[in-house]
Every structure is written in structure tokens, then in C-alpha cells.
Design a protein. Structure first.
Length: 765
């Protein structure tokens, strides 16, 4: 038992779960006498930790025995315990079968300790260097990366592999191009090759060269992001934004005229919405399209410098632009509509009335040709109006199938939702690349030996390195499952669901892209000086993803949009259900106080409780509900006090963002748990023997949940949802989960399925 006692006390602190595991498992060992069990109870008492002398005796005894451990035996506590048991026998040769039979129970005891650190093993086994391969048995993962990749790729595995095969061609070999024009031409060539292979048109109808599969388009888009983010954005602008505007806002005549040529990239186009002076305020755009009934033309005009279209991707290569502007018919404005405006001829020269300026060099994405556009009374046929939701009749009058201008506006902005569904997937691909590079480097890089070790320690075995990276890997899986849920909702949407999906997309886009930028920075720091070298890609990943937090909508603004949507739904539930809604709300509050905020539960710290969904899922739900209800109460109090709703909103702005974040975190957790549950068999017997992939995924999502609660522990403490003691238990459980997932982390990042050639970093090969 000495190796187990030494391992349990190796951090000089034995937790209650460790004590319970040690005593419970040891109690079933038949070689322990009653006296032995009494000694074991004494030596596992946290009130009386072992003296340094005794602790050193345990180490010395274990190390001396380990010197004689046969080469064919793995360096494990169980094998060492068997060896010590045999050495204590008077006739060991007669007891070999007996002790071999004890091995399974001893291995169970070793697993019960949970997350024994590698330096503990190293200190016990002085011949560690010679036993390196044997030691791999202790720390190697229990799952195959291909099995994890199959979960992530799902039904889109074929198209993902097809895109990877294209990106692995010699024609897609990356080279460092410092001049932006050279880089842009390279990206354009790559984009054309993808278009020739039919990848760009995947979401278009079969009649226009596509496969009518938005799911496959999304899978292709995120796969391209593993290779080059400038290419991913250029690809998204051409086929997703420009092509999407034509397809979603236009009618058959527009589809027939533009869509096939867009999918093959014979017709490069751009999506001209954002203006310098208005940013995220699309409703306030200044560009106008005035109808001229005499010539049946629209006059597209930028009334000021600030009305110029800003940061338009594909601006330097495009021949067409989907220009969002205020449609004015017979002196009356009908709100924002999209008009197809030619900006260049076949010769590539800008047309009369079109002014284009290059945005120049940026922090990243210099392979994307961003530019500014102005229009000086440019005339186009009225047929160029994308009129699915509102158009001009033969008699010159305006008509729309949607009477409400507000509803029409939000319906037209459905093209933006597509961008917000896809962009975070590219950001997540960048985060996955960074995590794969950092984790692989951490699994091979060694640094600093201890007194008891002859070789230096693998840096992934340092608890701090595990703390830095493994929760981020867990979050990457959770965010992936959340984004998959959003994509599924978006692809299968109905018109009635669109407002909800728009709010969901706003929140997940913000959450995922903020995660990407934070994860990439952490990975850069975790790889030290090697991570600072451009060849290892962190410079490009950081620069290219930084803009993700502010394009397709500034994250802060998008989170406020989500919060307003949550408030609307909260208010609507009370209006529709009346007194019943009030009673239900009060009942839920009382129920929470009784079941979740009672003195026993807020102090409960055993691992079984903390790992149960009854705790962590309820904690996420509580935070999401409470923040929305208190936000509503604050706003109502300010407005009743005479303040305008705008001023009240400003005072509650940070509260709004926090409420939106809580909603997204709950959404991500629920989507992740559903993915895990979908892998489970329905009958109990099969559940009990759930495969290793399900077990690892479940623990990965558990780490995401516990780490998220830990990050918000201040709020939970203020809300009397957990005690200080429970907060400490959560923190310690996160440490343990990181240690337990340490053997799996290599498989988890390899499960992202990023080929070495696309990863590109020498330190990750």
C-alpha cells in the first residue's frame, strides 16, 4: 500500500474524495488484516498528515522496490504494489498467482486516486528514462483520434475530406508573401480552383451548379480556415455574402443571370452594406437608391464621404456589388434594400460614377482585398433591385409581401445571419489550429528537472500548463457542438423562427470569436519563444482572427441585440400567460431556493454532486434566468422613475452583455450534452458499458461546465448559490479533471483532424 499512500499525499493535501476512494477501494482488498485497515485509516487521516520523515520513508521504500521492477512491467503503482507484496512473502514463488490476481483490484485503486501527477510517478521510478516506452502506457490516451474526429465531422466527413484533399495539392502550398497585392492574387487563384471543383456553389440549387446543401458549404468553409483565413474570408464573401444576397434577396431572374457565374467565380462580386459613418447601424445607412420612373432606373448615390461603403471584401477584384441602400420611390423611403450595381467592366477597370479605394495593409487578412466604395449618381435598371421582399411594379408603385417595414427590414437582414453562422466556425478552426500546435508542443517539449528526476519534465505534465490549455480544448469541443446546433437550426429554419435564430447567431458568433482570440493568445504564450516565430503560425492566426470580433457585427453590439431579444421573450411570456406566468415565475424562484439554494446544497462539495447534471446544468440555468429577470427589473425601475428607455439601456449595458453571455453558455452546454447523450445506447446495460469515446467526451464537457462555473464563481457567491467552501471544491475539481484528461489531450486535439500540412507549424509535426 505504500506507493498508493505516497501518491495520495504527494501534494501534501489529501482531499475528502481521495480519502473516500482510498478507503473504499482498500477495504475490498483481502490481503489487508483488521490491524492493517486501522493503520490505513490513521495514515489517510487529513487531520494528521504524515510527517516529512514518514513521507520520505514511503518514497525511499517505493523507489528501492522500483529499482528491481522487471523491464517487462509498466511503471505503475499497481505493479509496484504487487512487487512489494511479493517481497514481503516468505516464499514469494508460491504467491505469484495470488498477487497476480490482486493486480486488477490494485489497478482500480490506482484509477480511484484520479489524476496522479507524472512527477509523482517519476519520483518513484528512478529508472524512468530507460522505461520511457513502458511509461507511455500510463499516460497515453484511451481513445483513437479518428473516433473523436468522426464525432466532430459527423455526416459531413466526406465533403470535409474532399476539401482537405484539394487543399493538400501542390498548388495550395503556402508561401510568405509580404506584398499584399501578391498575396491577394494567390488567394484569388486558390479561390478559383475551389470554385472549379464546385466547392463554392455547394449551397446553391442544382440548376445553378450547386448541391443545395448549406451544411456542406459550412463544413467546407470551416475546413478552408485550417489552411488560410484570408482564403476562407474571400471564399465567404464571394459565395456566401455576394452569392447569398443574390440567392436570398433576389428572384428567379436574378438567379438565372448571376448565380451560376458567381459559383464558378466567372463573376466576382462583393457585399456592400457597412458604411464608414454608421457601422453596425444598418437601418441608418445613408446611401440612396432613388427610382426614376421616366427611365425605369434606380439612381444609386453616396451623399457624403461618411456614406462610403467601408471595409468591403472583394472590392478590388469584384465586378458587381450588392449595395444596401435606402430605397426611395415617389419621394417616400421604404427602408433598406439591396441593389446589384456593376462596379467594373470585363477589362477590370472601374465604371463611371464608381470610386474605389484600397483599405491598405491591415493587422491581418492581407490576402483579402478590402476597399471603400462610393457611388456618384450611378444609374442601373430597376430590374437590378433584389426584390424578393419588396419591389417596384410596372406602374411605378412600391409593393411588398411583408406589410410591416420593421418586419421587412429584419427579414432582409437574413443574409447577415448567414455570415454570423459561418464566421465563428472559421474562428473556431483557427482556435483548433492554435490548440493543436500548443498541445503537441507541450507533449514533446521538456523543461526543468526536479531533484528526484534525471530528465527534464514534459511541460504538459506541469499542472499550470494543463490548466492553461486543457480547459480551452474542452471549450473548443463545446463551442463546436453549440455552433453545430445553430447551423442545424439555421438550415432548417422557418420564417417564424428567424428572429430567434438571428439572436442565437448574434450570441454564438460573439462567444465563439471572443474565445478564438483568447485561446490563440494563450496558446502563443504557452509555446514561449517558439510560438513567437512566424513559421509556427501564431502571428498569422492572431492577426487574422482579431477582426472576427468586430466584423459581421461588433460583438458588444451583437450581445446587446441578443439581450434585447431575451427581454422581449421574457416580457412576452408574462403578457401571454398573465397571472399564470407570474405564479410560474414565483414557483420557480421558490423551487430554486428550496432545492438549489438551501444551506446543505450550497455547501455540498462531494465529487458525485459536483459532477452531476443536477448541479452544473441547474447552475447554468439559474444564472441565465436570474440575469434576465434582474435585468428586466432594473430597466423597469429606471423607466418608472422617469428615465427614457434609451438612458435606462445605457445604464444596464454591462448587465445586458452578461445576461446574453449566460444564455449562450447554457445553449452551448445543452447542445454539448445532447451530442453526448445521442451517442448513448437506450438500454441501461449498454449504457453501463458506454464506449471510451463517450466517456472522454462526457468528461470533456464536464470540464467545460466546471471551468465556466469557476470563472463566474464571484457571481455565484454574490447570489448565494454556492458557499466559499463549494467554490474551492469546484476549483479543485477543475484541477483534477485537467489531470485526468491529460492522457487524452493529444487525442482530443488530433481529433480536430487537421493534417500536418495544413497546420503548417514545425513545432507541431
Amino acid at each position: 500500500m505504500l506507493p498508493f499512500l505516497y501518491a495520495a499525499w504527494s501534494d501534501r493535501h489529501l482531499s475528502v474524495p481521495e480519502i473516500q476512494a482510498l478507503r473504499k477501494e482498500a477495504d475490498a482488498l483481502d490481503f489487508l488484516s483488521t490491524e492493517d485497515r486501522g493503520v490505513l485509516m490513521e495514515w489517510s487521516n487529513p487531520v494528521h498528515p504524515p510527517s516529512r520523515e514518514r513521507f520520505q520513508q514511503w518514497l525511499t521504500s517505493g523507489r528501492q522496490a522500483a529499482e528491481t521492477l522487471p523491464e517487462d512491467k509498466p511503471a505503475s503503482l499497481a505493479e509496484l504494489a504487487v512487487l512489494l507484496g511479493l517481497s514481503a512473502e516468505e516464499a514469494p514463488e508460491e504467491k505469484h498467482a495470488y498477487w497476480a490476481g490482486q493486480l486488477a483490484a490494485l489497478r482500480q485503486l490506482e484509477e480511484g486516486l484520479g489524476g496522479v501527477r507524472e512527477d509523482t510517478y517519476r519520483s518513484l521510478f528512478p529508472r524512468y528514462d530507460q522505461r520511457e516506452k513502458l511509461f507511455e502506457a500510463i499516460r497515453e490516451g484511451s481513445v483513437a483520434p479518428a473516433d473523436l474526429q468522426a464525432v466532430l465531422d459527423g455526416e459531413h466527413a466526406a465533403v470535409i475530406q474532399r476539401v482537405k484533399n484539394i487543399l493538400l495539392r501542390p498548388s495550395f502550398e503556402r508561401s510568405t508573401l509580404r506584398i499584399k497585392e501578391d498575396y491577394r492574387e494567390q488567394v484569388l487563384r486558390w479561390c478559383k480552383e475551389l470554385a472549379q471543383e464546385g466547392i463554392g456553389a455547394l449551397s446553391y440549387p442544382v440548376a445553378y451548379g450547386g448541391q443545395d446543401s448549406m451544411d456542406d458549404y459550412a463544413a467546407a468553409f470551416e475546413t478552408i480556415a485550417y489552411h488560410d483565413l484570408s482564403l476562407a474570408i474571400k471564399f465567404g464573401v464571394q459565395f456566401g455574402l455576394w452569392g447569398g444576397a443574390v440567392y436570398n434577396l433576389g428572384t428567379k431572374r436574378h438567379h438565372d443571370r448571376y448565380l451560376h457565374a458567381t459559383g464558378t467565380l466567372e463573376l466576382p462580386g462583393c457585399f456592400a452594406m457597412t458604411e464608414t459613418g454608421h457601422g453596425s447601424n444598418v437601418r441608418g445607412l445613408e446611401t440612396t437608391a432613388v427610382y426614376d420612373p421616366e427611365h425605369r432606373e434606380l439612381i444609386v448615390h453616396s451623399p457624403s464621404v461618411e456614406a462610403g461603403k467601408e471595409y468591403i471584401g472583394n472590392a478590388m477584384h469584384a465586378r458587381m456589388a450588392a449595395v444596401f441602400c435606402q430605397l426611395i420611390v415617389d419621394g417616400e423611403s421604404h427602408g433598406v434594400h439591396a441593389v446589384v450595381v456593376p462596379i467594373r467592366g470585363q477589362d477590370g477597370l472601374t465604371l463611371p460614377g464608381i470610386r474605389v479605394e484600397d483599405n491598405g495593409y491591415k493587422m491581418g487578412l492581407n490576402g483579402v482585398d478590402n476597399g471603400r466604395l462610393w457611388f456618384d449618381s450611378v444609374r442601373v435598371p430597376v430590374e437590378n433591385l433584389l426584390d424578393k421582399y419588396g419591389g417596384i411594379q410596372e406602374d411605378g408603385s412600391y409593393s411588398s409581401p411583408i406589410e410591416s417595414p420593421t418586419r421587412r427590414f429584419f427579414t432582409m437582414l437574413g443574409t447577415l445571419v448567414g455570415g454570423r453562422v459561418f464566421v465563428p466556425r472559421a474562428g473556431l478552426s483557427a482556435a483548433k489550429s492554435a490548440l493543436t500546435i500548443a498541445v503537441r508542443y507541450g507533449l514533446r517539449r521538456r523543461q526543468f528537472p526536479s531533484e528526484s528526476m534525471r530528465s527534464e519534465t514534459i511541460i504538459m505534465d506541469y499542472p499550470n500548463q494543463q490548466r492553461r490549455l486543457i480547459p480551452l480544448v474542452a471549450k473548443a469541443y463545446a463551442v463546436q457542438f453549440g455552433l453545430d446546433h445553430l447551423l442545424d437550426r439555421y438550415v432548417r429554419r422557418t420564417e417564424e423562427q428567424m428572429r430567434e435564430i438571428e439572436a442565437m447567431a448574434a450570441g454564438l458568433k460573439s462567444y465563439a470569436t471572443w474565445f478564438a482570440t483568447a485561446a490563440i493568445q494563450e496558446c502563443r504564450e504557452a509555446t514561449g519563444g517558439k510560438g513567437y516565430l512566424a513559421e509556427n503560425r501564431f502571428a498569422a492566426l492572431k492577426g487574422d482572427t482579431d477582426i472576427f470580433t468586430t466584423f459581421e457585427g461588433d460583438n458588444t453590439v451583437l450581445m446587446q441585440l441578443l439581450a434585447k431579444s431575451l427581454l422581449t421573450e421574457f416580457k412576452k411570456s408574462f403578457q401571454e400567460d398573465g397571472n399564470f406566468a407570474v405564479l410560474k415565475f414565483i414557483g420557480r424562484r421558490v423551487g430554486t431556493i428550496v432545492t438549489e439554494q438551501n444551506p446543505y446544497t450550497v455547501r455540498q462539495t462531494d465529487r458525485e454532486h459536483l459532477e452531476g447534471r443536477g448541479f452544473y446544468l441547474a447552475a447554468f440555468q439559474f444564472r441565465a434566468r436570474r440575469l434576465v429577470s434582474t435585468l428586466g427589473s432594473r430597466l423597469r425601475a429606471y423607466i418608472k422613475g422617469g428615465m427614457s428607455s434609451y438612458q435606462a439601456g445605457l445604464l444596464c449595458q454591462t448587465h445586458m452583455i452578461e445576461a446574453a453571455e449566460a444564455y449562450v453558455e447554457l445553449l452551448v452546454l445543452e447542445a454539448s450534452l445532447k451530442r453526448v447523450d445521442d451517442r448513448r445506447p437506450t438500454n441501461q446495460a449498454a449504457q453501463d458499458s458506454a464506449d471510451d469515446v463517450t466517456r472522454v467526451l462526457e468528461k470533456t464537457i464536464l470540464l467545460y461546465a466546471m471551468h465556466t462555473i469557476e470563472q463566474h464563481r464571484g457571481w455565484y457567491l454574490e447570489s448565494d448559490y454556492i458557499s466559499g467552501q463549494k467554490s474551492k471544491a469546484v476549483r479543485k475539481l477543475v484541477d483534477k479533471l485537467c489531470a485526468e484528461l491529460r492522457p487524452e489531450v493529444g487525442a482530443l486535439v488530433d481529433g480536430f483532424g487537421i493534417p500536418d500540412e495544413l497546420l503548417g507549424a514545425p513545432i507541431a509535426r
